[in-house]
Design a binder for this molecule. Structure first.
Ligand SMILES: O=P(O)(O)OC[C@@H](O)[C@@H](O)c1c[nH]c2ccccc12
Length: 267
């Protein structure tokens, strides 16, 4: 079987986790997590936003494997402030260094510059990374079903919930959705991008939204570039969106965020 990008990411991540454990043992990370800032309500903030409109998770992403460098003028704190002023509901911050040019301090910098709840956007395989996320003051973490079996996902979800964090469970097809719905989290992200091939299609949300139970909060992620895209996702049943590149490419991130949320197409 040909090695996919996900295989390469996993191999690299496991090396990084082993190194992190050696330099910062779990007991120290747990101490830091216990003393971290109070958790901000990530899922609840999205639910509140959806009651009167739409939830927007605005992503702080410098680069990606599929698009290369996205934003050179990259200041996580400034971007967080701009997203908040523009009306974003929550933030997502890439902490993966090797493939997305993210960094763990970016999350803490972004969180310290706004009042918004923050998701640690990374490839999570080990409970250590979850405790580490809390030590960085993260309010939520991402579990990507394409990278985890059911037992791993359940163990990681339990750890995140033990630390009080919300869990965004990410799926790309019906099989992954059915597995995600066996977990406790009711926060489901449909990634329009296939992380193995980078192929991106809004039809992924169109196909899966109908199978997401009403008690879940559905987030449509990736490939959302114009209000018409959001309108299409809203018509498919999503009332929360995760946008990265389209906003990261904007000179004025605040204005771009405000423009998307105020667009009559979404009315
Ligand atoms: O830049 P976009 O096309 O707006 O996509 C944002 C976000 O959905 C994407 O960065 C993402 C979704 N799930 C992920 C998992 C890992 C890394 C990145 C992601």
């Amino acid at each position: 079987m040909t090695e996919t990008i996900l295989d390469r990411i996993k191999a690299q991540k496991l090396v990084e986790i082993a190194s992190d454990k050696a330099t910062m043992p779990l007991n120290l990370i747990e101490d830091a997590a216990r003393n971290a800032d109070e958790i901000r309500p990530f899922a609840e903030s999205l639910r509140r936003a959806q009651a009167t409109g739409y939830g927007l998770i605005a992503e702080i992403k410098k680069a990606s494997p599929s698009r290369g460098l996205i934003r050179s003028d990259f200041d996580p704190a400034g971007l967080a402030e701009a997203y908040e002023r523009g009306g974003a509901t929550c933030l997502s911050v890439l902490t993966d260094m090797s493939f997305f040019k993210g960094a763990k301090p970016y999350l803490t910098q972004a969180r310290g510059a706004s009042r918004l709840p923050v998701l640690r956007k990374d490839f999570i395989y080990d409970p250590y990374q979850i405790v580490e996320a809390r030590s960085l003051h993260a309010d939520a973490i991402l579990l990507i079903m394409a990278t985890l079996d059911d037992a791993q996902a359940a163990e990681l979800e339990a750890c995140a919930m033990e630390w009080g964090m919300d869990v965004l469970v990410e799926v790309h097809d019906r099989e992954e959705l059915d597995r995600a719905l066996k977990l406790r989290s009711r926060l489901i992200g449909v990634n329009n991008r296939d992380l193995r091939t980078f192929e991106t299609s809004l039809d992924v949300t169109r196909a899966l939204a109908q199978h997401v139970p009403d008690e879940c909060l559905l987030v449509s992620e990736s490939g959302l570039h114009a209000p018409e895209d959001l309108r299409a996702m809203a018509e498919a049943g999503a009332r929360s969106f995760l946008i990265g590149e389209a906003l990261m490419r904007e000179e004025n991130v605040e204005a771009a965020t405000a423009r998307i949320l105020a667009d009559p197409v979404l009315a």
